[in-house]
Design a protein around this ligand. Structure first.
Ligand code: SF4
Length: 137
């Protein structure tokens, strides 16, 4: 049975080291949500990705995402796909040490429905990703 990871909004993953990559469409959407021009948003909140092939969100000095205020993601309705995909479409070692998501065995159909809702991907997209990454379904 597939195991759905039910996020508890602890925000631990928003504080891990790493980078949140941004697509052009995400920059447009997030800037509009923050009522900034794209130029202002880029100047204020982004940096070059490590491979210099695009932009990523900046981090605060403690490593937390620049757009995390207290325990709140300030761009929750328009957050990047990379954030939406976590934890169910990510593979990461020792996940349970860091992530407080509650694992729940569900049917294959329910799994696709839940992951689709959490990630805002279509069920077809979710099935395609899972087909590539594992034999979960
Ligand atoms: S995905 Fe895990 S680490 Fe991130 S907020 Fe949810 S429970 Fe916490």
């Amino acid at each position: 049975m597939p195991v759905y990871q039910d996020c508890q909004r602890c925000t631990a993953c928003c504080r891990w080291p790493g980078q949140v990559r941004l697509s052009e469409a995400e920059i447009t959407r997030i800037a509009a949500f923050l009522q900034l021009s794209e130029h202002e948003f880029i100047q204020r909140y982004t940096r070059l990705q490590q491979d210099r092939r695009g932009l990523a969100l900046q981090e605060k000095s403690d490593g937390a995402c620049v757009l995390l205020h207290g325990d709140l993601c300030t761009i929750q309705p328009v957050k990047p796909q990379q954030c939406r995909d976590f934890p169910n479409l990510w593979k990461y070692p020792d996940a349970e040490k860091y992530c407080r998501a509650i694992p729940r065995e569900v049917s294959a159909d329910e799994y696709v429905r839940l992951v689709s809702a959490a990630t805002q991907r279509t069920p077809e997209e979710v099935r395609e990703i899972l087909r590539h990454e594992s034999q979960k379904l």
